[in-house]
Every structure is written in structure tokens, then in C-alpha cells.
Write a protein that binds this ligand. Structure first.
Ligand SMILES: O=P(O)(O)OC[C@H]1O[C@H](O[C@H]2O[C@H](CO)[C@@H](O)[C@H](O)[C@H]2O)[C@H](O)[C@@H](O)[C@@H]1O
Length: 342
């Protein structure tokens, strides 16, 4: 598999011609990290197994992990204290953060209560949803015009519709991977064809990326499915594979992720290099780590990981599930309404 990445990277050097050695090394390093490759293709599968709740439960020492990543609900007062005098900007992942994880990706609905909380939140603070799903799909789940939406892992960003509080940003649009659209479409078709022999496999077209779902596939067939994905992607050196919750995500090898999307949105809102802004990013998945890392590196705002189990993370705080996320958002709204006398 290491050879697979190296071959891909070499091929990419040939294809693009103009990338520097540093870029190649970074991309190579990143690709190796993305695939978590040490022992071959099954490392995806091993890693997916290792992340599954049943496995994590056996490793769980939640109490010590909670010391390092305390509950954002328990620490609410302190969070308010550190954000004092600063503009809070909210960034929220969708699946597993605002909606519970379910078997069928098309049925990952958000509760009415969560929607109503989000609506109030967006009145109090600039709020963005940052998701691996395509933007249109997340919008169809959330259905709130007041928010910023960053779909396809941040590769498709749009500001609120006209009439919202932040209407001056209505034209905001960022799509750094448009040239990859035909390629992703082609790969999506090939993945559908290739994986149809695996019962339960499901490929989702997320516009600038594609997701191959393992959740409804019998674990004994995970290696086969991973091999099917690999056999398609090896023909596309300009694409990379990252791993989410029982999902492999195929996306352009460009240097863009949820962390870059967060930076882009902060900049668009006029908070680039600002010391009086306090971004809060809440997410549950590996892809959210890019955003947590940006905040940690900048020592700005904070990241909150949604997880019932201990995980390696760059987030500072934790919440256990979407229900707790809603509780945290409600408290933020109540506090804001109280201080503004609403
Ligand atoms: O960034 P996100 O909003 O968290 O999107 C990441 C992926 O989320 C979805 O898959 C996950 O949720 C599904 C529904 O609960 C679940 O069945 C699946 O196992 C999870 O991985 C979405 O379907 C993917 O396209 C996103 O990439």
C-alpha cells in the first residue's frame, strides 16, 4: 500500500509537472496519514474496526480522558469566561453532531427541536454547517436559510440567503475543486459498478467527493469492499481516500479540508487575524480534526469532540451525543438572550 501511495504521488508529479518537492512530500505524508497505511489495504479495515464503539468500549477509561477533554456542558461557565468580550462564531458538523448516526445515510434527520435551536443560534451568532455531504443535501436536512453551508468537506461554501441577518454575505461562494467535478462523477459511477457485488455497500455522490459506506456491510466483507475501492482509486492519482465513521471518503488531493473552510469563513466574515473572535467548532469525525487543529494551532476559540468514547483528538472539550450538543447550543442561546436583554 505504501507503494500504492508513492506510485500515485509520482504519477501526480508527472501529471501536474509544476508542484514543488515540499508539496510532494507534504502530499505524500498526508496521503500516508489519510490512509493510515502501515500494513497494507487492511489497515483501513483495522482502523475502522478499532474506531467502532464495540471495540472502543473495551479500551474505555472515560474518566481519565474526560480530565483532558472535559464535558463542554460541565465547563460551560469557563467557556463563557474565556470567550468574554469576543464575537462567538459557531461551526457545526452535521452527521453525528446535529443528527444521530443511523444505518441509512438518506434518513439522517435532525429533530425539530434541534432545528429550532439552530434557528435561534443563528440569530445570536454567525453559524455555519461544515459537512462531508454535498451542500444541497445538508441544506435539505437542515432547511434553514440563515446559515452558512460548507458541503463536500468545505469544498463548496455558500453564505446565507437574502433576507438573513448576514445578508451582506449572500454572494459568498467558494468552490476550490470545480475542475474535479467530472472526475468525481466518473469515479462515483465506477465505484457503484465495482461495489455492487458487496451486499449492503452504498456509494454516495457528494458532488466534490464520494463516500463508500461500510455500515450495512457484514464485517467479514469489509476487506473485499476496501479492495474494490482501492482498485478504482488507484487509476486516479489526483484523488485521495480518507476515513470517517464506517465510511471511506474519496476526494481531490488538493490542500483543502474542514480546517481551510473554517479559515475561509472567518476571513469572509471579516475576522481574519482578529483577536476578538471566538470560533467554536463542534464535530464527531476524523475529518473534523482538521478544523480542531486549526483552532488549536492558532490558540483561538475551541474545538468540541462529540463522542461517547475516548479518542485521539485535537479538540479541547467533549460532548457525548447530538442531544448534548443541543443542550450546549440552547445554553449559548439563553446566555446571549440574557446579556442582550432579549
Ligand atoms: O461531515 P459530516 O457531516 O459528519 O459527514 C460525514 C459523512 O456523514 C454521513 O455518513 C455518516 O452518517 C451516516 C448517517 O448517520 C452513517 O450511516 C454513516 O455510517 C456515517 O459515516 C454521510 O452519509 C457521508 O456522505 C458523509 O461523508
Amino acid at each position: 500500500m505504501v507503494r500504492f501511495v508513492e506510485e500515485n504521488t509520482k504519477h501526480m508529479e508527472k501529471e501536474t509537472g509544476n508542484i514543488s518537492n515540499t508539496d510532494v512530500t507534504t502530499v505524500k505524508k498526508k496521503a500516508l496519514q489519510d490512509l493510515n497505511i502501515n500494513n497494507g489495504v487492511n489497515s483501513w479495515v483495522d482502523s475502522m474496526r478499532a474506531c467502532s464503539p464495540t471495540h472502543l468500549k473495551s479500551l474505555m477509561k472515560r474518566s481519565s480522558w474526560l480530565t483532558e477533554h472535559p464535558s463542554a456542558l460541565d465547563m460551560f461557565g469557563e467557556i463563557l469566561h474565556v470567550s468574554e468580550g469576543k464575537q462567538i462564531v459557531m461551526f457545526l458538523d452535521y452527521d453525528g453532531t446535529l443528527s444521530p448516526i443511523v444505518d441509512d445515510p438518506d434518513r439522517a434527520f435532525m429533530s425539530k427541536k434541534m432545528r429550532s435551536t439552530l434557528r435561534k443560534l443563528a440569530i445570536c451568532f454567525p453559524t455555519a454547517i461544515v459537512s462531508g455531504r454535498c451542500r444541497e443535501k445538508v441544506y435539505n436536512f437542515v432547511k434553514l436559510t440563515e446559515l452558512y453551508y460548507a458541503g463536500s468537506h468545505g469544498m463548496d461554501i455558500k453564505g446565507p440567503a437574502q433576507g438573513s441577518k448576514y445578508k451582506e454575505d449572500k454572494s459568498l461562494l467558494c468552490q476550490p475543486a470545480t475542475e474535479f467535478l467530472p472526475m468525481i462523477d466518473e469515479v462515483y459511477q465506477k465505484l457503484v459498478e465495482k461495489t455492487k457485488v458487496t451486499p449492503g455497500a452504498n456509494v454516495e455522490n457528494n458532488k466534490f467527493c464520494a463516500s463508500v459506506h461500510f455500515r450495512r456491510v457484514d464485517e467479514k466483507n469489509w476487506s473485499d469492499l476496501a479492495n474494490q475501492v482501492r482498485s478504482v482509486i488507484k487509476e486516479y492519482p489526483q484523488l485521495r481516500i480518507t476515513q470517517g465513521r464506517k465510511v471511506l471518503e474519496i476526494r481531490p488531493i488538493i490542500k483543502w479540508d474542514k480546517g481551510k473552510a473554517l479559515e475561509f469563513l472567518l476571513e469572509s466574515l471579516g475576522y481574519a487575524n482578529c483577536t476578538d473572535v471566538f470560533p467554536i467548532y463542534i464535530g464527531d469525525d476524523r475529518t473534523d480534526e482538521d478544523a480542531f487543529k486549526v483552532l488549536r494551532d492558532k490558540r483561538q476559540g475551541l474545538g468540541i469532540l462529540v463522542s461517547k468514547f475516548q479518542k485521539e483528538t485535537n479538540a479541547s472539550y467533549s460532548l457525548q451525543e447530538p442531544h448534548e450538543v443541543m443542550g450546549f447550543l440552547q445554553r449559548l442561546v439563553e446566555w446571549k438572550q440574557l446579556i442582550s436583554g432579549a
